[in-house]
Write a protein that binds this ligand. Structure first.
Ligand SMILES: Cc1cc2nc3c(=O)[nH]c(=O)nc-3n(C[C@H](O)[C@H](O)[C@H](O)COP(=O)(O)OP(=O)(O)OC[C@H]3O[C@@H](n4cnc5c(N)ncnc54)[C@H](O)[C@@H]3O)c2cc1C
Length: 367
């Protein structure tokens, strides 16, 4: 069987990695559009505190987090050890006791069958500040040891490289689809056919552009996220926990004295790849409100990513009804770095004719 995977973000690279492990011939084609979500994503992997409640979405979010350790170990065994992944823990803070109690209840109701969350405990404001030094002095919190962060850029690249090492082919091109005798056909930018028994579209926010010419109205649109990277020269940040203040904003740290503050969630911007004054102000204000100690840091970059946002929070995963040989994976929204690697494994199992580890019927694309 020959499979073409369109799009090598976190989802497509995982599909390719898992297909290649099964010995299936796979070609990955990626154009690397400006605003590829995987290159901008913050990288928080901590499902247990979320306020969102959709049970089918949460099932994948939690399974994604649970599968991370195995994924990372597998890549390390293949020599891919530069992934920016670290189980640094997560610190949940809130501005009122009621909010913190509500977060505690949510977390407790979810960690019963999630041993990977570790021993969750309350921390005083003093301890919270010790864990995350730029934090305000008045915020008590909840510490979840199993919270993690990952560098999506490094992880996706590593999965693609590992797939290539197992025989996959990587091509940088813009491809299109048409239908020939009812079957989808993939064409390169010169109009040449790329042969495939199965085509898997993992093209994120751009997928609707690919699917429209074959008559599919794919309900996924770009949601712009602006996210700011701040450097604290000389400060050792690599073990700081992910900071989740229970608003739509958050902070996390990486190894190179870098703190990341995210992010805007802007609908109806199309693919407008710009850092805006309003976006910059929103993110900085949110970051400094909770972590005023960042005020003297150096802004080193603002990344822009287009999250693939569906009509609901639920991902879209599965075979397209009525079109033989076409599989779609998309709508990972704001949690794709957590869900994507696991969802990629499920799509590879589906493509290989196996029963996916988690049933994907609830996520089936519409005809
Ligand atoms: C600011 C921000 C913060 C985030 N933070 C987190 C977080 O903390 N935790 C979390 O779990 N998730 C987070 N996310 C969400 C996560 O980044 C996304 O859900 C995920 O990266 C989507 O991956 P994808 O592979 O579906 O799409 P993408 O990464 O966008 O990849 C799609 C690829 O398909 C390619 N493509 C499209 N059309 C074509 C074509 N015609 N031919 C060839 N190639 C094509 C594109 O160029 C692109 O490379 C965040 C996202 C943003 C923007």
């Amino acid at each position: 069987m020959r499979v073409v995977v369109i799009g090598a973000g976190i989802l497509g690279s995982s599909v390719a990695y898992h297909l290649a492990q099964k010995g299936i011939e796979v070609e990955i084609i990626d154009e690397a559009h400006q605003g590829k979500a995987t290159l901008a994503g913050a990288g928080i992997v901590c499902p247990w505190a979320t306020k969102a409640t959709d049970p089918q979405w949460y099932a994948l979010y939690a399974a994604g987090a649970a599968s991370y350790a195995g994924l990372i170990d597998g890549l390390i065994e293949r020599g891919e050890d530069d992934l920016g992944y670290r189980r640094v823990g997560a610190l949940i803070v809130a501005e009122t006791a009621e909010e913190l109690d509500a977060a505690d209840q949510r977390i407790q109701s979810r960690i019963g069958n999630a041993p990977e969350a570790g021993y969750v405990r309350r921390v005083t404001a003093q301890e919270a500040k010790r864990l995350f030094p730029p934090l305000r002095e008045d915020l008590a919190g909840i510490y979840i040891p199993g919270g993690a962060r990952v560098n999506g850029r490094l992880l996706a690249a590593a999965m693609t490289r590992a797939a290539v090492a197992m025989g996959a082919v990587l091509r940088h091109d813009h491809v299109t689809l048409d239908l020939q005798d009812g079957r989808p056909r993939c064409l390169d930018s010169s109009g040449r056919t790329i042969t495939a028994d199965e085509i898997i579209v993992t093209a994120g926010a751009w997928a609707s552009q690919i699917l429209r010419p074959i008559g599919l109205e794919h309900p996924v649109a770009p949601q712009r996220g602006q996210i700011i990277h701040i450097q604290l020269p000389g400060v050792e940040t690599k073990s700081w926990p992910v900071l989740l203040p229970m608003t739509s904003h958050y902070l996390l740290a990486f190894d190179d004295s870098r703190v990341v503050v995210g992010a805007t969630r802007e609908d109806n911007t199309g693919f407008d790849y710009r850092v805006t004054a309003g976006g910059q102000a929103e993110v900085l204000n949110a970051g400094l409100r909770f972590a005023p100690g960042l005020a003297s840091g150096t802004i080193i970059e603002t990344r822009i990513g287009f999250r693939p946002a569906g009509e609901s929070i639920k991902p879209i995963l599965g075979r397209v009804p009525g079109i033989e040989g076409l599989i779609v994976g998309n709508a990972l929204g704001a949690s794709g770095l957590s869900i994507g690697p696991y969802a990629g494994r499920l799509l590879a199992q589906l493509c290989a004719g196996e029963t996916p580890d988690t049933t994907i019927e609830p996520y089936a694309p519409a005809a």
